[in-house]
Design a binder for this molecule. Sequence first.
Ligand code: FAD
Length: 108
Amino acid sequence: PPDVERLGRSTWTFLHTTAAYFPERPSPGQRANMLLLLHALPTLYPCGHCAEHLGREMERRPPDVRNRVALSRWLCETHNEVNERLGKERFDCSIRSLDERWKDGPSD
Ligand code: FAD
């Protein structure tokens, strides 16, 4: 079975980075593909109990793919739900903090 921690770090890196570079004004096709990508995870993610939790969380709070900022925040809150469950710290979901971590790097 995969190393759930390493898989998790890599997957969050991919998802947060992809959200950080999602268009400010996505086309209908870009929105639809992002929804397909996210909705595939609860069936394909190779950590069964993680996938199950994510599926339930996505039913409770459906992905917001309207634009880059909405998607980045939604993903941050979804990751925070996992953090909380695992006893990890919550991340500040302001777009400033998210961009600093996943897009621009620290300003100084
Ligand atoms: P990670 O949580 O992997 O975070 C990586 C980096 O992301 C952090 O160092 C920080 O810089 C940044 N970050 C942290 N929080 C946020 C946030 N809210 N928004 C933006 N950036 C942030 N593990 C389990 O044991 N049980 C589970 O049920 C489980 N479910 C998961 C579901 C999904 C969809 C994914 C992708 C992973 C899941 N994991 C689960 C793995 C878990 O979330 C962590 O990835 C793993 O424990 C390693 O944690 P970490 O402390 O290295 O940092």
